[in-house]
Write a protein that binds this ligand. Structure first.
Ligand code: SF4
Ligand code: SF4
Length: 381
């Protein structure tokens, strides 16, 4: 193990603790955003055929404005900020933006196509305090749909393995426009071999809605899930939400976009998500706790066939908060987990905090004491 990969592992444990604290705070109260996505620049250096989130001309948002937006999100109590685009590495002051996020104690995540990464750029991201980097790779060799290929990016992945102190998540995709579904499996295996987390997404239409997968794509999805374990949120997500979508089935959930998830465009307006821009379309400057409370209960007609992973995941936290027993039983059905012993460690803690009656775990005073101790340990009492 190299010095950097050891640092990455050690820091990863500390990050786990920070994430646990963020989730516990979200379980305790619904009055703040769990996750906000911000766009420092709409321009991208690529032009993927399925993408509606980029242009080839926009200037970067002025740095002072970006820092102000981060301060506003911090004042709303935001737990995690994801920097997306366009391609965020095109912003000249990205490091300063990351530093400002971290200065508020907020978890800092970046989504990038990785084309502009160099060893020196990765080390700058380390110094800025980046915690998670998410890279999507669509195919093995570039084609007319996407240039985000393993062939073009493998060197970047090796540099990340060698230099990154932050966690790296490699996402492959399945769905319409991707010529060879098996590419996703090769990409996921390569990510795991390099010690990175591997995820898989489903390509959506221009409103974020599902385009059903065929038999072959479903089989590849199954194989990717068998490759590896992620955080409890991620594995619950795949078992519950994505499994339904892969089979062409709707999800029965309440989307909390505009409340627990905020999408802040380059103009500083709050939208439900990247695919439903225009609603509510209120400047972040004027976004208040009343807006957060209203949007928490606003029904989104696009929810049943929505494929937006990060919004599903924030919704899952509220499902656990509001209906813990039903939610945990839904995410981790007994036939898939072989009972409590088969659950991820974090879920064992949650099931202890919110024990389903049928499991015969201690209730009443013991549970209340344990919950109080856990909240104290997480600094949330
Ligand atoms: S790299 Fe990302 S932002 Fe750029 S065109 Fe492709 S999907 Fe869109
Ligand atoms: S359900 Fe929510 S996250 Fe999904 S497309 Fe609609 S507003 Fe966006």
């Amino acid at each position: 193990m190299t010095r950097v990969s050891l640092i990455r592992k050690l820091r990863s444990s500390a990050r786990c603790m920070r994430r646990a604290r963020m989730v516990a705070r979200a379980l305790k109260s619904r009055d703040h955003p769990i996750l906000a996505q911000i766009v420092p620049v709409r321009r991208c250096n690529l032009a993927c055929a399925y993408c509606n989130e980029f242009d080839n001309f926009s200037k970067p948002v002025p740095t002072a404005e970006m820092l102000h937006r981060i301060d506003l999100l911090a004042a709303l109590g935001t737990g995690t900020i994801t920097i997306s685009g366009g391609e965020p590495l095109l912003h000249p002051d990205l490091d300063e933006i990351i530093r400002r996020i971290r200065s508020h104690g907020i978890i800092a995540t970046l989504i990038s196509n990785a084309y502009l990464l160099t060893p020196e750029r990765i080390q700058r991201l380390n110094r800025a305090g980046l915690e998670y980097l998410q890279v999507s790779i669509d195919n093995l060799t570039p084609d007319e749909v996407s240039k985000k290929s393993l062939k073009a990016l493998d060197l970047k992945l090796r540099w990340l393995e060698e230099y990154a102190e932050f966690d790296v998540i490699i996402n492959s995709v399945l769905g319409s426009g991707i010529r060879n579904p098996e590419d996703a499996l090769v990409i996921a295996r390569r990510a795991r071999a390099l010690g990175f987390a591997a995820g898989v997404g489903i390509i959506h239409d221009r409103q974020g809605q599902l385009i059903p997968l065929d038999e072959q794509q479903r089989a590849v999805h199954e194989q990717i899930l068998e490759l590896g374990k992620g955080s409890f949120l991620t594995s619950a997500y795949y078992k519950h939400f994505q499994n339904n979508l892969v089979r062409g089935l709707p999800n029965d959930w309440q989307c909390r976009a505009g409340s627990r998830f905020l999408y802040i465009c380059e103009d500083g307006l709050v939208h439900w998500c990247s695919q439903q821009r225009g609603y509510p379309g209120i400047p972040l400057e004027r976004y208040t706790r009343e807006d957060i409370a209203r949007e928490y209960n606003t029904k989104k007609p696009c929810a049943p066939y929505c494929t937006i992973t990060c919004v599903h995941q924030t919704g899952m936290i509220d499902l656990v908060r509001e209906r813990p027993r039903e939610a945990l039983a839904g995410f981790f059905p007994p036939e898939q987990t072989k009972g409590v012993a088969g659950l991820p460690a974090a879920i064992k803690v949650l099931t202890w905090l919110f024990p389903p009656e049928t499991r015969g775990l201690p209730t009443g005073m013991a549970r209340r004491l344990f919950r109080a101790a856990a909240m104290k340990f997480l600094g949330l009492d």
